[in-house]
Ligand binder design. Structure first.
Ligand code: HAM
Length: 434
């Protein structure tokens, strides 16, 4: 029988061990920053009832119309969806557990999201987001602080320059008036509209402004602008946000065309963009979503949040050469099998007690082949638990790397077995301090 070859699902990636260091670096750096702003972790299931997203994200959005992995649970007929984003899920959980009762919440999450998009560089069907949601606070101070927090994350990660684009979607009534004006305007120009635009005309005319169709650009550029429909309160909200962001020394541009692809937003929307990643240059998007908590059945409460695409952030770190090298082994223990293997295992335990990361050579093998494995493991040191040395109560320690001259055990050195864990731990500390 021919051997069957298995591959992963298209658009869904394996995270391989050589990339583990950069993934962990991104997550721990961002979480370190989030904690400095009082955010706490929340984890919600990957599956939600489909209604959470159709109601939350909006029926007439690309995500809900074309991109969701939805299915009927054959056991009970439930309509379920693999989460395409996490804001709706977090709000569902916050409502379900009454987390806004008499208080507010600052929450963060990290995990996979699923969208059936056409895969390309920076765009996948399973991708990871790190996001945060600040619930129960009206802003714009909270929006500004969130932008300051993101700016701090970019610095801590070392992603290089990223552009901040800001816009406001105003309040519901203002959007309604703008929407009516847009519909009237597009109705008068039906002949220029493409199929997509015609379909959206009465359901989501705002999204027509997002069109990539070059033949519609003039029409879209001359369309009524939301900015002209904003009342004093909304204008004040935006100008206070601008004032606070500027005071923090963060550069931004106002992009009146920035509408975002999810329906729950009002007032602030923003994106962070790089020109180093080609077409998928948005590394982070977010905004205020005051209607969402109530839309998902809770008592009205405001919210603002963001999510960054981890694959894109990592890709950008590679572009700017900021990827940490992965070192996961400090010491490789070489032995002669038999009793020396037992001694090697026990010595390794003692080194681990001293916080050293140790691999003991598995099974047996010639010293030469074990040395090759030691080198390939990336270990800084080899420890030789070999028969002659052990017979004298000693092991040999040797630095395997180029910086040997600057750290202990440049030459192969005999050390008492009892002293070896401490001596090796000190040597590793010297290497780390280089
Ligand atoms: P979003 O703009 O749909 O917003 O996604 C946020 C980020 O996730 C994007 O800027 C991008 O970096 C990344 N991303 C989106 N789709 C893909 C994909 N197919 N492949 C790789 N990366 C992708 C949201 O999801 C909102 N929930 C953000 C938010 C939180 N708003 C308020 N709170």
């Amino acid at each position: 029988m021919a051997k069957e070859k298995f591959t992963g699902v298209k658009g869904m990636n394996d995270m391989l061990p050589q990339d583990a260091a950069v993934w962990q670096h991104v997550q721990s750096t961002c979480v370190g920053v989030l904690e400095r702003y009082g955010y706490q972790e929340i984890r919600t299931p990957i599956l939600e009832n489909t209604r959470v997203f159709t109601r939350g994200v909006g029926e007439v959005t690309d995500i809900v119309e074309k991109e969701m992995y939805s299915f009927v649970d054959s056991m009970n007929g439930d309509q379920l969806t693999l989460r395409p984003e996490c804001t709706s899920a977090v709000v569902r959980a916050v409502n379900e557990h009454n987390l806004l009762y008499g208080t507010n919440q600052r929450l963060w999450y990290f995990g996979p999201m699923f969208r059936h998009e056409r895969p390309q560089r920076g765009r996948y069907r399973q991708f990871y987001q790190l996001g945060a949601e600040a619930l129960g606070m009206e802003g714009p101070d909270v929006d500004a602080e969130m932008i300051m927090m993101l700016s701090r994350m970019w610095k801590a990660l070392g992603v290089g320059p990223v552009k901040l684009e800001l816009n406001t979607l105003g309040a519901l009534e203002e959007r309604q008036a703008h929407r009516d004006a847009l519909i009237r305007y597009f109705e008068q120009n039906q002949d220029v509209l493409d199929e997509d635009a015609k379909r959206r005309l009465y359901t989501n005319p705002l999204r027509i402004l997002d069109t990539k169709n070059p033949e519609m650009q003039d029409l879209v550029n001359a369309a009524p602008r939301l900015l002209d429909f904003l009342g004093e309160k909304s204008r004040g909200f935006l100008s206070r946000l601008e004032e606070l962001v500027s005071a923090a020394g963060i550069e931004y541009t106002i992009n009146p065309r920035l509408v975002r692809g999810l329906d729950y937003y009002n007032h602030t929307v923003f994106e962070w963009i790089t020109d180093r990643l080609g077409a998928q240059g948005t590394i982070c998007g977010g905004g205020r979503y005051d209607p969402l908590v109530e839309m998902l059945g809770g008592r009205p409460a405001p919210g603002v949040g963001f999510a960054m695409g981890i694959e894109r952030v990592i890709e950008l770190l590679r572009e700017v050469g900021q990827v940490p090298v992965s070192t996961q082994t400090d010491v490789y223990v070489i032995h002669h099998g038999g009793d020396t293997q037992k001694d090697a295992l026990l010595l390794a335990e003692a080194m681990r007690d001293a916080d050293v990361r140790v691999i003991v050579h598995p099974g047996e093998g010639s010293i030469k082949s074990q040395m090759k494995k030691a080198d390939a493991s990336g270990a800084e040191y080899a420890v030789f638990a070999t028969a002659d040395e052990l017979a004298q109560g000693k092991v040999a320690v040797k630095c395997l790397r180029e910086h040997a001259a600057e750290v202990p055990f440049a030459q192969q050195t005999l050390v008492d077995v009892a002293d070896a864990p401490t001596a090796v731990a000190q040597a590793i500390a010297a290497v780390r301090a280089l």
